[in-house]
Design a protein around this ligand. Sequence first.
Ligand SMILES: Cc1cc2nc3c(=O)[nH]c(=O)nc-3n(C[C@H](O)[C@H](O)[C@H](O)COP(=O)(O)OP(=O)(O)OC[C@H]3O[C@@H](n4cnc5c(N)ncnc54)[C@H](O)[C@@H]3O)c2cc1C
Length: 320
Amino acid sequence: MATLVFLEHHGDELQKGSLGVLTKAVALGGADAVIIGEGAKGLAAQAGAYGAAKVFACEDAEVAQPVPQPRVDVLAKVVSDGGYDTVLFANSVLAADIAAGLAARLDAGLNWDLVDVELQGGDLVGKRPALQDTVYADVGWTSTPRIALFRAGSFDAQESGGGEPEIVDVSPSYAAHSTSVKLVGQDAEESSGPSIEDAGVIVAGGRGLGAPENFTLAEELAKALGGAVGATRAVVDAGWYPYSAQIGQTGKTVSPKLYVALGISGAIQHKVGMQSSGTIVAINKDANAPIFEFSDFGVVGDVHEIVPKLTELVQQRRGS
Ligand SMILES: Cc1cc2nc3c(=O)[nH]c(=O)nc-3n(C[C@H](O)[C@H](O)[C@H](O)COP(=O)(O)OP(=O)(O)OC[C@H]3O[C@@H](n4cnc5c(N)ncnc54)[C@H](O)[C@@H]3O)c2cc1C
């Protein structure tokens, strides 16, 4: 198996999700990586620490902006020249567009929303949640290259003690249509701490918080735990919190190690976005709230009484 992993970066940081996919690929038998955009070469050593043997780096002016199509050109060249039969991506808005474009370009099969992958008798088999995450389906590919897109948080990123990788400069010829898109502006959302896609801990708030200003309860607990804040659709629709934090069927799907739900009823549309979290803790004043049916720990009580004390306790324990 010759595996290539797309490593997404923002600024001078490789995204944890894609390093997790690289960790998995290395465990399956080794992998090379590709980094595209400003600062790519400088990040290659980091990819080596996570086990990439060879890192393809492209810093052409055509890929300075985070648009997918020129990246498809880079990947198509690396995959074709290097004879890679497997190309893996961690899901993001950008990665999903690149993976789809690459599948179309190479006439390749793309399995998306996978949460795991393994070798079964020499065949690569992906695991894909189906029927609103109530079952896992084994999925495969009928041709190569096999392209896969993994759900956020599917794998932990672990350094492997790998040495300096071989760094290969890539500069493909770009198709006219690939360079015709120009990004006219970009505004970064003001945020501190990890994004919900990358966070190991998510503290999510629902309508039970009572008012938008009470989201500070979720924010303070998330800060104390070193995590990110998520939200239900009910509060996003009400304008209490931005859509980028929405978790669920029409929001993001996350799998942090710890998910703390504050005043969330546990509707099926929310559940499908977070039920694969490692440990789920729910605080809800209604003992019959559906969320308790799929929580590991449940506290029946008022978030306004419990959360400030919990935050204080976490701060004391962590000395923050
Ligand atoms: C097509 C479709 C797609 C959808 N997509 C999504 C999605 O992506 N994500 C999503 O989240 N929802 C989604 N929904 C909406 C979903 O059905 C629920 O309406 C929503 O998740 C409910 O949000 P909530 O838990 O914040 O609010 P509620 O259901 O109103 O629950 C509030 C909870 O807070 C508890 N509570 C109240 N006060 C307190 C207190 N002081 N202390 C402790 N607990 C308290 C209550 O007991 C209750 O259980 C979708 C719906 C549809 C139809």
